[in-house]
Design a protein around this ligand. Structure first.
Ligand SMILES: O=P(O)(O)OC[C@H]1O[C@H](O)[C@H](O)[C@@H](O)[C@@H]1O
Length: 290
């Protein structure tokens, strides 16, 4: 049974929250399983982490999850949409911030014919204290239907960097073309800033780039489908594929999985979110098939 099916059929400590949403447990983690006429999906309360999303028109999930991901307390999940906050990458410890490894609270769960709307929230508390000592509030709105929409809002008295580190499921990395990335990027593999003139990418080696001037509309195409990613209020778009050697080195990623995923991540890295306690700062994305 594949990982998606295993999650969908999980019944451990299962309780129904609405007609299409049940709360259950997978591994050590409480999760929400969504089976709506428009899509199926799952969200982990640890990290407010969307694990996967598959519109009912699709044969395979558009948001992808590694079959080797851990579902353990305090360990980041491999795949889905990790929430990197309040820092991106190695700017602090743990890498990509603490929001993805602590448990959030489900604030609301609503549904209608279009899909399911969830709001998950996190404020400074005993879990977050070892990582960060300033007060904050962060909330994540997720719409799961024919489209998938994610918006992160936060407040506090500090600057935060962040990424919505989305793993897209693709047919074959050799056939993928990502368009709309703009003409400048920082290469995280060579450290220098390299200007480029074309705003599109194909893949034949490890990549780890922060595009600093991407269009708000980006497309990810393979031979099977075209996914449109529309970002709102993002300053950067990160593209990442670990390729062969890094895939082998990652314990929570199968050796061949680099062929079936690509990360294209809306972020606030070069223009951090300048937070205040009185006002929410928000950025996010929408994904649809075109
Ligand atoms: O392994 P993780 O901490 O989840 O990070 C996975 C990747 O995330 C981003 O895309 C970064 O740009 C990469 O440098 C990093 O390797």
């Amino acid at each position: 049974m594949n990982i998606y099916k295993q999650i969908l059929v999980s019944t451990t400590e299962s309780k129904l929250l609405s007609s299409s949403v049940k709360q259950t447990k997978f591994g050590e983690l409480p999760i929400l399983v969504i089976q709506h006429k428009s899509c199926c999906a799952a969200v982990s309360l640890q990290g407010a982490h969307l694990l996967f999303w598959q519109p009912s028109t699709e044969q395979t999930p558009v948001i992808w999850l590694s079959k080797q991901s851990k579902f353990e307390k305090g360990i980041a999940i491999r795949g889905g949409v990790p929430i990197c906050w309040p820092w991106f990458g190695p700017l602090g410890t743990p890498s990509h911030g603490f929001a993805r490894i602590v448990e959030w609270t489900l604030d609301s769960c609503n549904e209608d014919d279009d899909g399911v709307d969830l709001v998950l929230v996190l404020s400074n508390n005993q879990q977050t204290k070892p990582y960060f000592d300033k007060p904050f509030n962060v909330s994540l709105k997720i719409h799961l239907g024919k489209t998938c929409e994610v918006a992160l809002s936060c407040s506090g008295e500090f600057e935060a960097t962040s990424a919505l580190h989305t793993y897209f499921g693709i047919d074959n990395i050799n056939h993928v073309v990502v368009k709309g990335l703009g003409d400048t990027y920082q290469d995280r593999l060579t450290v220098e800033n390299k200007p480029v003139t074309i705003g599109q990418m194909t893949f034949n080696q490890e990549v780890d780039r922060i595009y600093t001037n991407a269009n708000t509309e980006i497309t990810i195409s393979d031979n099977v489908r075209t996914i449109k990613l529309t970002t709102t209020n993002a300053s950067d778009v990160v593209t990442w594929n670990p390729w062969i050697d890094k895939a082998k080195a990652m314990a929570d990623f199968c050796d061949d999985e680099y062929q079936s995923m690509v990360c294209v991540e809306a972020g606030r890295i070069n223009k951090p979110l300048k937070l205040s306690l009185n006002e929410q700062s928000t950025y996010g994305f929408k994904i649809e098939l075109i």
